[in-house]
Design a binder for this molecule. Structure first.
Ligand code: CAA
Length: 258
């Protein structure tokens, strides 16, 4: 698929996917979401790619779902097309790690898209928010659910009910993001983290992603059982033998995803 609203580059085992609707602050319209889901699915299928970085521009990661696209839609329209579900389901099926590199606005669907990634590295200019309430609606793709799990009820209620924006410092304190870096260093930091992940066994990165995500779905006892079973199963891999023997031999492991 040729893309018009995103830019994809693959370099050194990392796919960099850049949202690119500068005139609309990367608002998520149907075309962008379709292209993004397609690009991430292609990155999953591309054997060269071991980690993905999703980013926007310096001014905006994404300022939300495209309001102009939604403004005339009726309940029946959005219900029958199951607005945003096919694309977000496709994005969530990606098993390779995805890092969101966020600068500027990450609002509404933009904040929710960042939260669908595995972790968020943000610039000191990042602003997160769920301002859908100002439009007479509410968050629809994770803003009341993933955000609450990430930052707790008090702040999630505050963000969703007042529509206020949260800066990078507060977002880090609250646990929404993993790192803050100066805006000029954002891509270096995110691509550096991705390069580190790309050195690991892809069996283990997929297993970790699955296991951490499982913690949101099940009880602690079930989650610990799931984790233990996956941990035990990794002993069936050549990469476990390689990783542990490399440690004992004081050398760098050469993982082969076997
Ligand atoms: N949808 C469509 N267009 C958008 C947009 C959006 N979410 N956000 C910004 N734009 C467009 C603006 O309409 C404007 O286009 P024009 O030049 O053609 O008028 C352009 O991007 C630049 O925006 P502004 O002039 O508003 O820029 P600013 O710097 O003054 O303000 C902003 C920036 C505070 C982010 C402001 O644009 C804003 O509030 N945007 C909307 C944020 C929002 O409400 N997001 C939630 C959307 S609903 C949603 O996401 C539902 C869901 O959960 C899935």
């Amino acid at each position: 698929m040729a893309y018009e609203t995103i830019i994809v580059e693959v370099e050194d085992h990392v796919a960099l996917v850049k949202l690119n609707r500068p005139d609309a602050l990367n608002a998520l319209n149907a075309q962008l979401l379709t292209e993004l889901a397609d690009a991430l699915t292609a990155a999953q299928a591309n054997e060269k790619v071991r980690c993905i970085v999703l980013t926007g521009s310096e001014k905006a990661f994404a300022a939300g779902a495209d309001i102009k696209m939604m403004s005339e839609k009726s309940f029946v329209d959005v219900f029958m097309e199951d607005l945003f579900t096919p694309e977000t389901d496709q994005i969530l099926r990606v098993r390779k790690p995805i890092i969101a590199a966020v600068s500027g606005y990450a609002l509404g669907g933009g904040c929710e898209l960042a939260m669908m990634c595995d972790f968020i590295i943000a610039s000191d200019t990042a602003k997160f928010g769920q301002p859908e309430i100002n439009l007479g609606v509410m968050a629809g793709i994770g803003g009341t659910q993933r955000l609450t799990r990430a930052i707790g009820k008090a702040k999630a209620m505050d963000m969703n009910l007042t529509g206020r924006f949260m800066g990078a410092e507060e977002a880090e304190r609250a646990g929404l993001i993993s790192r803050i870096v100066p805006v000029k260093k954002l891509m270096e930091e995110a691509l550096g983290a991705a390069a580190k992940i790309a050195e690991k066994s892809m069996i283990t990165t997929a297993a970790i992603k699955e296991s951490v995500n499982r913690s949101f779905e099940v009880t602690l006892a079930e989650g610990l059982l799931f984790e233990r079973r996956v941990f035990h199963s990794l002993f069936a891999t050549e990469d476990q033998k390689e990783g542990m023997s490399a440690f004992v031999d004081k050398r760098t492991p050469q993982f082969r995803d076997r």
